[in-house]
Design a protein around this ligand. Structure first.
Ligand code: NAD
Length: 332
């Protein structure tokens, strides 16, 4: 162009694979919160957005592009066509139908499976080496569906699962103790939502295991407080949805955090939806639910062998059965 005079440069052009590309499918409340957190945290060189509503999609793309002067440089594109996602390192799926009044969960699931049949095959075809993170609900079953429909190896398909439930748990414990939530370690595993399992023995604050501390000092009432905190975690999505109509900011940060661990090969441990068959006595079929997993550039690197009481393992196995029953009605 006329504005710049190129300086002599004999170097070959930089290989294009130096770019990190992330795609987000579904630009609703959740997809956009994820997209904007990824942008502000400078996690991608390219961001591609896909949705089935072209006007909404273009509007969201322009709105983000207009913030370019305040953000790290990221190429943002959008299309209803999956070719826009080609060559992605990471694809995040948030597209989903919403529950109609009076509609059963199974019916909603069947509608979302029908959507996934249109989404996952072209997404996987355009980026055959990418890692898939599923966020749409019910996230555990839909991660299984995405795994089946993509044909990807199991380490490259995960769901956001109880990463969000665990961060809600850490916030509430931190708030109760008036400490930084980043100093609180605590895992919620199992099904995302109603039957999630809190791993009590995993709770530590600044390296102090909380339960054994309370038992040693015979502070029984604090144990009840922790139980109450877990109950409020289970209810917190319903509370936010009841108040503002949807959830967005926390899921945005939570998924961007997973994206960082994967793209930057951080090898951090996150409770996310993975193939749980064979772990902690879960058997009977290919069932996906959340377990603490080590995440890196290859996706799910390993599942952590955390201490689980018999009661916790039993609860996990019960969740697995419920999820398997739902899966068996899908005909996949
Ligand atoms: P939303 O209705 O605001 O957005 C959904 C988007 O998907 C819409 O823009 C819609 O046009 C798009 N869409 C629908 N069908 C499509 C298709 N075939 N192809 C491409 N795009 C399509 O909903 P939301 O509030 O953003 O929630 C999205 C999903 O995320 C829901 O399933 C919700 O339950 C789930 N969610 C999961 C978690 C979690 O922790 N796993 C947390 C919050 C929300």
């Amino acid at each position: 162009n006329a504005f710049f005079k190129p300086i002599h440069n004999s170097d070959p052009p930089l290989p294009s694979n130096r770019c990190t590309k992330v795609s987000v499918v579904g630009v609703g409340n959740v997809g956009m919160a994820i997209a904007q957190t990824i942008l502000t945290q400078d996690l991608a060189d390219e961001l591609a957005l896909v949705d089935s509503k072209p006007d909404k999609l273009r509007g969201e793309m322009l709105d983000l592009q207009h913030a370019a002067a305040f953000l790290p440089r990221t190429k943002i594109s959008a299309s209803v066509d999956y070719s826009v996602t080609a060559g992605s390192d990471l694809c995040i799926v948030t597209a989903g139908a919403r529950q109609n009044p009076g509609e059963s969960r199974l019916n909603l699931l069947q509608r979302n499976v029908a959507l996934f049949r249109h989404i996952i095959p072209p997404l996987a075809k355009a980026s055959p080496d990418s890692i898939l993170i599923i966020v749409s609900n019910p996230v555990d079953v839909l991660t299984y569906v995405a795994w089946k429909l993509s044909g990807f190896p199991v380490n490259r398909v995960l769901g956001s699962g109880t990463n969000l439930d665990s961060s809600r748990f850490r916030f509430l414990i931190a708030d109760h103790l008036d400490v930084n939530a980043q100093d609180v370690q605590a895992f919620i595993v199992g099904e995302h939502g109603d039957s999630s399992v809190a791993l009590w023995s995993s709770i530590s604050v600044g390296g102090i295991p909380v339960l054994s501390f309370l038992e040693k000092n015979q502070i029984a009432y604090e144990k009840q407080t922790l139980e109450d905190i877990h109950q409020s975690v289970v209810g917190s999505a319903y509370e936010v949805i009841g108040l503002k109509g949807y959830t967005s900011w926390a899921i945005g940060y939570s998924v961007a955090n997973l994206a960082r661990s994967i793209i930057r090969d951080q090898r951090k441990i996150h409770p996310v939806t993975v193939l749980a068959r064979g772990f902690y006595g879960v058997d009977g079929g290919d069932v996906f639910l959340s377990l603490p997993a080590l995440l890196g550039r290859n996706g799910v690197v390993a599942v952590t062998n955390v201490h689980m009481t018999d009661e916790e393992a039993e609860k996990l196995q019960k969740s697995a059965k419920t999820i398997l029953e739902m899966q068996s009605q899908l005909g996949l």
